[in-house]
Design a binder for this molecule. Structure first.
Ligand SMILES: Cc1cc2nc3c(=O)[nH]c(=O)nc-3n(C[C@H](O)[C@H](O)[C@H](O)COP(=O)(O)OP(=O)(O)OC[C@H]3O[C@@H](n4cnc5c(N)ncnc54)[C@H](O)[C@@H]3O)c2cc1C
Ligand SMILES: *[C@@H]1O[C@H](CO)[C@@H](O)[C@H](O)[C@H]1NC(C)=O
Ligand SMILES: *[C@@H]1O[C@H](CO)[C@@H](O)[C@H](O)[C@H]1NC(C)=O
Ligand SMILES: *[C@@H]1O[C@H](CO)[C@@H](O)[C@H](O)[C@H]1NC(C)=O
Ligand SMILES: *[C@@H]1O[C@H](CO)[C@@H](O)[C@H](O)[C@H]1NC(C)=O
Length: 528
């Protein structure tokens, strides 16, 4: 059942002779580069180290990649300071082995810790300092910090500042900011990367660069172009945003029997255009019918955040979206950190300390895909989609409305191009709890089919996708002779017209293509 090429690879990477020699050469180089031979042995985990598998598993966030057949790093390096990151880059380059970079490990395809060629994994989780400066309304955040830790550290110093990052507190800063990042304040404040002021990275020569020394192009590329194609991010400096003392949240469910189709239809017109203080995410899921035993139906769930008071929100929605019938009893006022907790867990008794918990080594089996909707889908179209979803059985959709600040920022301001012209983003989502080849095949087929059925309703030429919702179905860079052509396939989807500039930056800063992965930016083809 395991493809032959993976078996062969496993034999290569697990063979003691091959990995043993990499271990020795790499350790020697690292000792020399860091001048800390005594420290080095504590930073590096070989496959024979009893802690190897717990260190590897600590930030695996998709159980699909937690199996014995998942390709594993020859070595894991866990730097505690930036000079050790420099040394790891230099030494991996010297011995000609691929280096993977992992911060929070949330990559949907495990690109930060899986490769089909022998590789070393750089685990950034020990680089997690956060320095919040309220006077400057900014913070330096190390790549290995989590969003939850960042929100907590801001809250410790101010109750009226926040940061427009993702809603899952265990997501890592390194991958999230490198790939764009958005959360429930995107209509008010734009993307996460719209708030990056400076960065510290280690480049392919092992040099530390900041915004000034890296230059405008590279600084542009690492704010959404996938930083892993360009270097190792040590830390980002971010701008905080003001948040009101009270924000309002709600969660409302409707079934098809309760006119959910009409509500979804109207949502497409309201959610992307309404007051930018309001973000209304919508989940669409096939579920068992409440009224007809044994039958399936569609349930929608609107989960929303309003940067303002409850009364104001109810007045606003009763005017703009009366179909929803929002009542006072449906909404909750919270301080901003309370809203972060509510989005994370929906439990009244959790305290902000929970945000410091990294919840290591737990995960469902998951598959994700993404799409952009640029024209409202008709009611007939929606009903067609519901029928397909009910038939498929388990794959859900999450609609994330755009508009507001998101669409006012030019598409070329950052590598993330999906701004004006997009009504909402769809995330396709299927989770399951049990291992096994049959289930994996079933749900993989399901999510691909649903993505196929939605073709008439979403962006075309290219059919766009969100880099931070990594999806290897849309193309893979095999790093061979066709690297540029392959890169163009997924690159046009993730970056639209910004792909060309990313290629130019890549060619200038990493001409030897040291920083590479399954979907890294290619260099320009060399002229014959
Ligand atoms: C449960 C869950 C919830 C999510 N919620 C949101 C959300 O609300 N909003 C949103 O926008 N996205 C969300 N995402 C997607 C998330 O933003 C991306 O998966 C992001 O890339 C994760 O960052 P990470 O550091 O945790 O991941 P990793 O797997 O560590 O890294 C992801 C990619 O970035 C690279 N990388 C990581 N660290 C560095 C570094 N220091 N320097 C250079 N390259 C690096 C990796 O090599 C890899 O290519 C969610 C994902 C999950 C699993
Ligand atoms: C990985 O599998 C082990 C059992 O082999 C389990 O204990 C652990 O929780 C799993 N971790 C994830 C992230 O799935
Ligand atoms: C659904 O819409 C119909 C027609 O507009 C209306 O009569 C009915 O009351 C609605 N049902 C619910 C549960 O809102
Ligand atoms: C949380 O509090 C709200 C309002 O006080 C209440 O309606 C709700 O049932 C509570 N939820 C839980 C899970 O305790
Ligand atoms: C595939 O998943 C669907 C939905 O959960 C289920 O109804 C079906 O029986 C599954 N098929 C197999 C072969 O597991």
């Amino acid at each position: 059942m395991i493809p032959l090429f993976i078996l062969l690879l496993l034999q290569i990477s697990a063979s003691p002779a091959a990995s043993g020699s990499v271990d020795a050469t790499f350790l020697q180089c690292l000792s020399k580069q860091t001048n800390q031979p005594a420290q080095v042995s504590k930073l590096v985990y070989a496959q024979s180290n009893p802690s190897y598998s717990s260190v590897l598993r600590a930030y695996i966030r998709n159980a699909r990649f937690n199996t014995s057949s998942t390709p594993k790093p020859v070595l894991i390096v866990t730097p505690t300071d930036e000079t050790q990151v420099q040394a790891a880059v230099i030494c991996a380059k010297n011995i000609g082995i691929q280096l993977k970079i992992r911060s929070g490990g949330h990559d949907y395809e495990g690109v930060s810790y899986i490769s089909n060629v022998p590789f070393i994994m750089l685990d950034m989780s020990n680089l997690r300092t956060i320095n919040v400066n309220i006077q400057e309304q900014s913070a330096w955040v190390s790549a290995g910090a989590t969003l939850g830790e960042l929100y907590y550290r801001i809250w410790e110093k101010s109750k009226v500042h926040g940061f427009p990052g993702g809603v899952c507190p265990t997501v890592g800063v390194g991958g999230h900011l490198g790939g764009g990042g958005y959360g429930n304040m995107l209509r008010k404040h734009g993307l996460t990367v719209d708030h990056v002021l400076d960065a510290k990275i280690v480049d392919a020569n092992g040099k530390i660069l900041d915004k000034n020394s890296m230059g405008e192009d590279l600084f542009w590329a690492i704010r959404g172009g996938g930083a892993a194609s360009f270097g190792v991010v040590i830390a980002y400096k971010i701008a905080l945003v003001p948040v009101p003392e009270k924000v309002t949240v709600f969660r409302v469910e409707k079934y098809l029997e309760e006119n959910a189709t009409d509500i979804v239809y109207k949502w497409q017109h309201v959610a992307p255009t309404v007051d930018e203080n309001l973000f209304m995410r919508m989940l669409v899921q096939p579920v068992s019918s409440k009224t007809k035993k044994g039958e399936k139906t569609i349930r929608i769930t609107i989960i929303a955040q309003f940067l303002g008071k409850a009364d104001e929100l109810i007045t606003l929605l009763n005017k703009e979206f009366p179909e929803l019938g929002l009542k006072k009893g449906d909404v909750l006022e919270k301080d901003w950190i309370g809203s972060v907790l509510w989005w994370g867990i929906k439990d009244n008794n959790t305290t902000p300390n929970w945000l410091l918990d990294r919840h290591p080594d737990t995960a469902d089996f998951t598959r994700r895909k993404s799409d952009y909707v640029q024209q409202p889908i008709s009611k007939d179209g929606l009903e067609f989609i519901w029928k397909r979803m009910i038939k498929l059985g388990k794959t859900g959709l999450v609609f994330n409305p755009y508009g507001g600040k998101m669409s006012q920022i030019p598409a070329s301001a950052t590598p993330f191009p999906h701004r004006a012209g997009n009504l909402f983003k769809i995330q396709y989502s299927v989770n399951w709890e049990e291992p096994g080849y049959e289930l994996d095949k079933n749900y993989t087929t399901q999510i691909r089919k649903l993505h196929h059925y939605l073709t008439p309703f979403v962006s075309k030429n290219p059919r766009s996708a969100y880099l931070n919702y990594r999806d290897l179905d849309i193309g893979i860079n095999h790093q061979g002779k066709k690297s540029y052509a392959e890169g163009q396939v997924f690159g046009a989807k993730y970056f639209n017209a910004n792909f060309d500039r990313l290629v130019k930056v890549k060619t200038a800063v990493d001409p030897d293509n040291f920083f590479r992965n399954q979907q890294s930016i290619p260099t320009l083809p060399k002229k014959a």
